[in-house]
Design a protein around this ligand. Structure first.
Ligand SMILES: NC(=O)CCC(=O)C(=O)O
Length: 266
């Protein structure tokens, strides 16, 4: 297992309803990320980056079976020998639209996928999107990791399940708007502390209609300390992490040995 990983989080503006503009923007930011003095091992970007929340048009603009996204990101990851946790896209599968992450390894293979399982009613997701029904697990350089999408972070039992399955990192693409910056930071920090794992969360920035997205993409270590955090501008943030810190924290405060699930789990 490779313990040291360099992460890049692409905090981008998303043009709601304009996949062409979003593919072009992502392409530019991806090129910037791999041109950095020290190339990243893993790249993450925001939720629904291809369409944004243009939900009334989503059936026509969603990516059919994710084919366009997979062709684009597979070619990029292979060319630049980089892992990609592909934000999430609106993906048309049969007649339903899912909010789906695809993961690519350094050879351009799709190694995992996850469709958001908790739909966020405040943004009308349940009216236009279908929910996934399986856990999001992946491996990066031999390390187990988990995926959750945005609203999913309000469900601590999901993050705990991923940690119990061995995840040392948790990837979270998001489109999380004002006024809930305090919730964003607090929930992500809690997931990192309680599960003693790295949390890597990439939010979009900018506005779409009445929704204003604050960015604040963040990388938290297993102590819950922010080791990189963006402001509200369009930017790329980088973080160098050492996965051995997960074992160090878990041996100092052995939460996973001390659990008493027989008392509090149904
Ligand atoms: N796209 C989302 O799931 C937004 C979640 C959110 O804003 C929240 O407060 O939860």
């Amino acid at each position: 297992m490779k313990n040291k990983l360099r992460l890049a989080l692409l905090q981008m503006h998303v043009e709601a309803g304009y996949p062409e503009a979003n593919f072009a923007k992502l392409s530019t930011m991806l090129e910037d990320a791999v041109s950095a003095a020290e190339k990243p091992d893993v790249i993450l970007f925001p939720e629904m980056w291809n369409t944004g929340y243009a939900l009334t048009q989503i059936q026509t603009i969603a990516d059919k079976e994710g084919e366009r996204t997979k062709a684009f990101l597979s070619a990029f990851s292979k060319m630049h020998r980089v892992h990609i946790v592909g934000g999430s896209i609106a993906e048309l599968r049969e007649d339903k639209v899912f909010n789906t992450i695809y993961v690519f390894d350094r050879e351009g293979n799709v190694t995992a996928d996850y469709s958001k399982i908790h739909l966020f009613r405040l943004m009308d997701e349940e009216k236009y999107l279908a929910a996934g029904d399986k856990l999001g697990t992946l491996e990066i350089e031999g390390a187990k990791a988990g995926m959750m999408i945005c609203y999913d972070i309000r469900f601590p039992e999901l993050a705990r399940k991923l940690a119990l399955e061995g995840a040392k990192l948790l990837f979270v693409p998001a489109e999380w708007p004002h006024p809930r910056l305090h919730h964003w930071r607090t929930l992500l920090t809690a997931r990192a502390i309680e599960n003693q794992m790295f949390v890597i969360a990439c939010n979009r920035m900018g506005s779409s209609g009445d929704a204003h997205f604050f960015g604040h993409s963040i990388v938290l270590d297993p102590w819950g300390e922010a080791i990189a955090e963006a402001g509200d501008e369009e930017t790329i943030i980088y973080a160098d992490i050492d996965l051995s810190l997960v074992d160090t924290v878990r041996s100092k405060i052995p939460v996973f040995e001390d659990r008493r699930p027989a008392i509090y789990e149904a």
